[in-house]
Ligand binder design. Structure first.
Ligand code: NAP
Length: 300
């Protein structure tokens, strides 16, 4: 049975990957993260390992111990605004740690599946295909592109899965765009929502499913895995109001420039998923379908 080592298994995507891989594949899983225990392991049924991927020797030790065939990297420094100020930490996790995984992957000849983002683009002319020319406009975007470059120049077997505006539920995960909206709107708090950021928000289940296909199949290189409908944050919020029955009058449309955020955002973005759809039958949910699934998961 092939072995899959998962890093960042306590994050939003990490939990979705552990769930989908354990439900829909025969892979033996080795979930890892920085915390002493796996948040979602109610039955203690996994070979969980505590692993800080910025510590090269520990990454090598765990890979030597388990000999994985595949490494799925769900760990990252994901706070886009904080990345502008905590540059060293951001680089350590998004670039140097990816190099640690590359070095360790050579021990067991493992294929590395790494997650990247539309923030490697400037958002001037999206939506983007896999071969579009990157031009990051934030430190986070630069670090994620450098992580990609470490893989593309490494000579190891790799897949880079690019995604965009990830949402979903998980145990003790940070709020994401959808859960932040749900918290605010269910308490009848007004929200300022940008009209000029365009993209295809992605539910973590769809992304985890795309990653599973990248693990099962003999595919390598870059794949976009994202939601079906390329819409503005405002349209996404209106769809969320329809699904969750929230009052649309609580929504105040604004421009990204009004927010004065430390990091610049790509505006006209979006990821075209045609390659994954044609090569391995990836069928993304649109935002209403994704939000309906989210509602169901929150009620469980
Ligand atoms: N979220 C989005 O909108 C979005 C969009 C496009 C692409 N992506 C990419 O998708 C991937 C997954 O993102 P996500 O939203 O699931 O992020 P997340 O919820 O922040 O998960 C990242 C996980 O990595 C863990 N981690 C932090 N430092 C670590 C270390 N040194 N060693 C091992 N694990 C460490 C974090 O633990 P702590 O929580 O304890 O720090 C967290 O559990 C990332 O590569 C991200 O860049 C995300």
């Amino acid at each position: 049975m092939a072995k899959v080592l998962i890093t960042g298994a306590n994050g939003l995507l990490g939990q979705a990957v552990v769930t989908i891989f354990s439900r829909e594949s025969d892979f033996e899983l080795i979930p890892t993260s920085v915390e002493p225990e796996l948040f979602m392991d109610r039955n203690n049924s996994f070979n969980y390992e505590q692993l800080d991927i910025t510590v090269k020797e520990n990454v090598k030790k765990i890979v030597k111990k388990h000999n994985p065939d595949i490494i799925v990297n769900c760990a990252a420094f994901t706070d886009v605004d904080k990345s502008e100020f905590e540059r060293e930490l951001c680089w350590k996790l998004n670039v140097d740690a990816v190099k640690n995984l590359i070095i360790a992957s050579r021990i067991s000849d493992a294929k590395v599946i790494h997650i990247s983002t539309d923030y490697i683009f400037d958002g001037k002319n999206g939506p983007y295909m896999e071969d579009a020319v990157p031009n990051p406009i934030s430190f986070y975007g630069r670090s994620k592109l450098a992580g990609e470059n470490a893989l593309t120049t490494s000579g190891i077997d790799f897949v880079i899965v690019r995604t965009i505006v990830l949402y979903g539920v998980g145990i003790k995960v940070k709020p994401n765009f959808a859960t932040w909206l749900i918290n605010k709107l269910s308490a009848k708090n007004p929200v300022n929502i940008v009209t000029d950021q365009i993209g295809n928000a992605t539910i973590s289940d769809d992304l985890a499913y795309g990653i599973l296909k990248c693990a099962e199949l003999d595919v390598y290189g870059i794949y976009n895995i994202a939601g079906k409908d390329i819409i503005s944050r405002l349209e996404f919020t209106y769809n969320l109001c329809d699904v969750f029955n929230f009052d649309k009058l609580l929504i105040n449309p604004i421009l990204t420039s009004d927010l004065k955020q430390p990091a610049q955002r790509p505006l006209k973005s979006g990821l075209i998923t045609l390659k994954a759809e044609t090569e391995f039958g990836f069928k993304p949910m649109d935002s209403k379908e994704g939000l309906q699934l989210l509602k169901y998961q929150m009620e469980m």
